[in-house]
Ligand binder design. Structure first.
Ligand code: BGC
Length: 492
C-alpha cells in the first residue's frame, strides 16, 4: 500500500478525518466543534513568531555584518519591486513597541530569530558585543512582561563571508554554526528555556540552492542536496552545544506540506511520493529517526556528504518538534517540456481547483493541517517528540481605513487552522503550542513588501503599527484559553 493509500485507509477506517481524496477535491471539511469546542491541553502555549531579517531593519547598525539576503536584495531582479530590508518593520529600534504589542496580545511565548551577522559579522570569531547586547535587551524586555523568549538561531540570514566560502554546500559551515550557537547560548542561556536551531532547512535547500528563487540564489537542482545534509549536521552540532551548556529545551522547525497526488494515475502518485521526499521526509526523517529515507527515486544510494557519526548527531532526541504549515501541495508527474521536466525533476506542483486562496494564491485547506499532523504522528510514532506549531498564518492585501484594518479573511483562516490543530489533538497527536505567523507585516523575502502576514499592520514609510481586527480576535482567544487553563490547573 502506498503512503497515500495508507493515509486514506487510516483516515476513513477509524478516524473522523478527511481523506486525501477529499482534500484533493477540495471538499474536505474540518470536523465541526462548534457545539462543544475541545479545550487545548493544560500546558498548551500560545505565541507569535517573527524573523530577524524580515522585521529588524538597521542592517548596518552596531557592527552587523552582511548576510546573503543583503546581497540578494541588492541584486536587480531578485526581489519584487526591488525593495530591500534596510528598514523593514524597524523592529531593531522599535522593539519596545513590539514587546508592548505582544504583552497586549497576551502571548505565552515569542518566537523571534537571532541574526547570525549581528553576533558574528564574518560568520566566525569572537562575538560582536553590541549585536549580542541587542538580543540581551530584547530577552529582558520580554521576561519583564512575563513572555517566554523562544529564539531561532538561524532564519536564513547566513553571513556573506560564509557564502563566499561555499555556504551550505561547504561542510565547514555546520561547524561555524555550532560555534555561533555556543556564543549565543553562553550569553542568553540563563534566561531562555526553549531554543530552535534552524528554520525550514527545506526552503534553504529548495529555494535557495535548487531553484535559486531565494538567497543565495543558486539553481543547482539535485546538486543542492548536500546543503540539506550540512544544515541538518549544523542542527545536530548545535543541539550538542546547547545541551553541553545545560540549556533547557531544544528543537528544530521544519516546514511541512501535505502532498496530494493530482490524480490516482501511477505517474502522479510516484511524482507525489518524490515531492514528499524532497520537501518533507529528507528533513524530518534523519532528525526523528536517525536515518535518511530511501533516495533511490533520485538514483542515489546514500545522502551526498554523509560521514560517519553524522546521523547520531542529527538524530539526537529533541524536546519538541517545530512544524510550520501553510497549505497542502497538489503534485503531478512533470509534463513533457515543462521547466520541471527540463530540469530533470519528476514532479510538478499543480493548482487545487475550487479552493479559496490567500493573498499569495496559496490554497486554503485547513483539513490538510489535521491530516498532516496525524500523518507525522503515524509515520514517526514514538520517535516524534511533542509538536509545537512554530508558524501558521496567511497573507492578505490589508488596508488601513479610518484607523482600522478589517481582515476577516485572516481571522477565518486562523480560526479554521487552530480548529484543525485541535482536531489533531483530539485524535491523539501531542501538540503543545501554536505560534502564529506573524506578529507584524514584514519583508516577505523575494516578495518584498507585497505580502502582509501580520496581526499588526505596519506602514513601511513611517513605521506606524496598527493592530488589525485579527489581533483583537487572537487576544480574546488567548484570554479565554488562559481562563480555562487556570481553572483546570486550579482543579488539578
Ligand atoms: C518562513 C517565513 C515566511 C513565511 C511565509 C515561512 O516559510 O519561515 O519566514 O515569511 O513562510 O512565506
Amino acid at each position: 500500500m502506498s503512503h497515500f493509500e495508507q493515509a486514506d485507509a487510516a483516515a476513513s477506517a477509524d478516524r473522523d478525518l478527511p481523506t486525501n481524496s477529499e482534500v484533493l477535491m477540495g471538499d474536505a471539511a474540518t470536523p465541526d466543534h462548534s457545539a462543544e469546542p475541545p479545550r487545548s491541553p493544560r500546558d498548551f502555549r500560545w505565541g507569535a513568531a517573527t524573523a530577524a531579517f524580515q522585521i529588524e531593519g538597521a542592517t548596518s547598525a552596531d557592527g552587523r555584518g552582511e548576510s546573503i539576503w543583503d546581497v540578494f536584495t541588492r541584486t536587480p531582479g531578485r526581489v519584487l519591486e526591488g525593495t530591500t530590508a534596510e528598514v523593514a518593520a524597524d523592529s531593531y529600534r522599535r522593539y519596545g513597541d513590539d514587546v508592548a504589542l505582544l504583552a497586549t496580545l497576551g502571548v505565552d511565548d515569542y518566537r523571534f530569530s537571532i541574526a547570525w551577522p549581528r553576533v558574528q559579522p564574518t560568520g566566525a570569531g569572537p562575538a560582536n558585543e553590541p549585536g549580542l547586547a541587542y538580543y540581551d535587551r530584547l530577552v529582558d524586555a520580554l521576561l519583564a512582561e512575563g513572555i517566554a523568549p523562544v529564539p531561532t538561531l538561524y532564519h536564513w540570514d547566513l553571513p556573506q563571508p560564509l557564502e563566499a566560502a561555499g555556504g551550505w554546500l561547504n561542510r565547514d559551515t555546520a561547524a561555524r554554526f555550532a560555534d555561533y550557537a555556543a556564543l549565543v547560548v553562553d550569553r542568553l542561556g540563563d534566561r531562555v528555556a526553549r531554543w530552535i536551531t534552524l528554520n525550514e532547512p527545506a526552503m534553504t535547500t529548495l529555494q535557495g540552492y535548487a531553484l535559486g528563487t531565494q538567497a543565495p540564489g543558486h539553481a543547482l537542482m539535485m546538486g543542492a542536496l548536500p546543503t540539506a545534509h550540512h544544515q541538518l549536521l549544523a542542527h545536530g552540532l548545535a543541539v550538542a552545544a546547547i545541551r553541553a551548556r545545560g540549556s533547557a529545551e531544544v528543537g528544530i522547525t521544519n516546514n511541512h506540506t501535505l502532498v496530494v497526488p493530482a490524480t490516482d494515475a501511477p505517474g502522479d502518485r510516484l511524482a507525489a511520493g518524490a515531492f514528499d521526499l524532497v520537501y518533507n521526509r529528507i528533513f524530518a526523517g534523519p532528525v526523528l529517526t536517525g536515518a535518511y529515507p530511501d533516495l533511490s527515486a533520485f538514483g542515489l544510494d546514500a545522502m551526498p556528504g554523509l560521514a560517519d557519526g553524522d546521523l547520531e548527531l542529527i538524530g539526537a532526541p529533541l524536546d519538541f518538534y517545530g512544524v510550520n504549515f501553510y497549505n497542502p501541495t497538489r503534485v503531478a508527474a512533470a509534463s513533457d517540456g515543462s521547466e520541471f521536466a527540463t530540469a530533470g525533476l519528476p514532479f510538478e506542483p499543480v493548482e487545487f481547483e475550487g479552493v479559496p486562496t490567500t493573498g499569495f494564491g496559496w490554497p486554503i485547506v485547513p483539513a490538510a493541517f489535521t491530516e498532516l499532523l496525524v500523518s507525522l504522528d503515524r509515520d514517526y510514532g514514538e520517535r516524534l517528540p511533542p509538536i509545537v506549531i512554530t508558524e501558521n498564518g496567511a497573507s492578505f492585501p490589508d488596508e488601513v481605513v479610518d484607523g482600522a484594518v478589517h481582515d476577516e479573511r485572516r481571522t477565518a483562516y486562523l480560526a479554521e487552522h487552530i480548529d484543525a490543530v485541535r482536531a489533531a489533538i483530539e485524535l491523539g497527536v501531542d501538540v503543545r503550542g501554536y505560534y502564529l505567523w506573524s506578529l507584524l507585516d514584514n519583508f516577505e523575502w523575494a516578495e518584498g513588501y507585497t505580502q502582509r502576514f501580520g496581526l499588526v499592520h505596519v506602514d513601511f514609510e513611517s513605521g506606524e503599527r496598527v493592530p488589525k481586527d485579527s489581533f483583537e480576535w487572537y487576544r480574546e482567544l488567548i484570554a479565554r484559553e488562559r481562563v480555562a487553563r487556570n481553572q483546570e490547573n486550579g482543579a488539578a
